[in-house]
Design a protein around this ligand. Structure first.
Ligand code: ASP
Length: 300
């Protein structure tokens, strides 16, 4: 990858993506070959918002490469609580670590942070903006299960506030995938994302019901309604629980449908699906390790 920072999936060309995925596949096949290869590296973890998978898998990935991590910990226990600005925080941590992984509730925060430091900044989610490393593991999972040739994908749920959606949709323009977007009217893709996709030559097929699209899909990517981003709780209540994938919905799906979810799931996918061959969301989460190892290996 030719970039110092990874801020947005828009930065990634098909070659960039395939280089990370190929490296991740090599690492997955033989993790011992890279164990200890980054023993001189310290990764700074700065999470201003809750995280389970992203924080732990970056930590595990760095340790599996032989390096270490330093974690700012919770916002309540840090100097952010005393009113420190993001710019000051990252300038300080720059002196402690070789790269930073940043999650923050404000869109644009990773870009801003990258302007204050000379070490690589990896965006681990900036509000409703982008989540490019999730996209890399999503693409890895898609490549393993469905492949990129002639790919038809449905992306469903909270398309307005879902940063994993924005990153994935952008990245998929590199693969000429047919993209269907299924959401309540109030949670449609933001107009700037639609504009970017169309400018990249992607037709944006929008639906309010999954029934109109499901039988054509190779991959269905389900997302959680992002309750924490709604300015008004009553607006959230209007759409909460609107979509749920269960065995009845999947009756119309192709037998080799790949069902994905960035997790955490609330009630979008019925647990009865977990044991079916459709369910790839736990595999998807596990793919975070080789993919983040490959990314760290390249970016550092
Ligand atoms: N874990 C993902 C994210 O941080 C998806 C989600 O929270 O719904 O964006």
């Amino acid at each position: 990858m030719h970039h110092d920072h990874l801020i947005s999936a828009k930065q990634l060309s098909r070659d960039d993506i395939e280089a990370v995925l190929d490296r991740a596949a090599e690492i997955a096949a033989d993790p011992d070959a890279v164990a200890g290869s980054r023993s001189d590296t310290l990764l700074g973890l700065l999470f201003f918002e809750p995280s389970t998978r992203t924080r732990m898998s970056f930590d595990a990935a760095m340790q599996r490469l032989g390096g270490g991590t330093i974690d700012m910990g919770s916002v309540d226990a840090s100097s952010v609580k005393k009113g420190e600005s993001l710019a000051d925080t990252v300038r300080v941590i720059e002196g402690y670590a070789d790269a930073l992984v940043l999650r923050h509730p404000s869109e644009g925060s990773a870009k801003l942070a990258s302007e204050f430091v000379d070490i690589p900044v990896i965006n681990a989610g900036d509000g409703a903006g982008q989540h490019p490393t999730q996209t890399l593991l999503d693409l890895y999972t898609i490549r393993e299960n469905a492949g990129f040739d002639d790919l038809t994908i449905g992306i469903m749920g909270d398309l307005k506030y879902g940063r994993t959606v924005h990153s994935l949709a952008h990245a998929l323009t590199n693969f000429e995938a047919t993209q269907h977007f299924i959401s309540p009217e109030s949670l449609r893709l933001p107009s700037e994302v639609r504009y970017d996709l169309r400018s990249a030559g992607t037709t944006v097929h929008e639906h309010t019901e999954i029934d109109n699209a499901i039988e054509t899909l190779d991959v269905l990517y389900v997302t959680r309604i992002q309750r924490e981003r709604f300015p008004d709780e009553s607006e959230y209540q209007k759409v909460a629980g609107e979509y749920r994938i269960d065995s009845t919905v999947l009756e119309s799906a192709g037998s080799d449908l790949t069902l994905m979810h960035p997790l955490p799931r609330v009630d979008e996918i019925s647990p009865e699906i977990d044991e079916t061959t459709y369910a790839k969301y736990f595999e998807q989460a596990h793919n975070g390790i080789p993919v983040r190892m490959a990314l760290l290996d390249q970016i550092l």
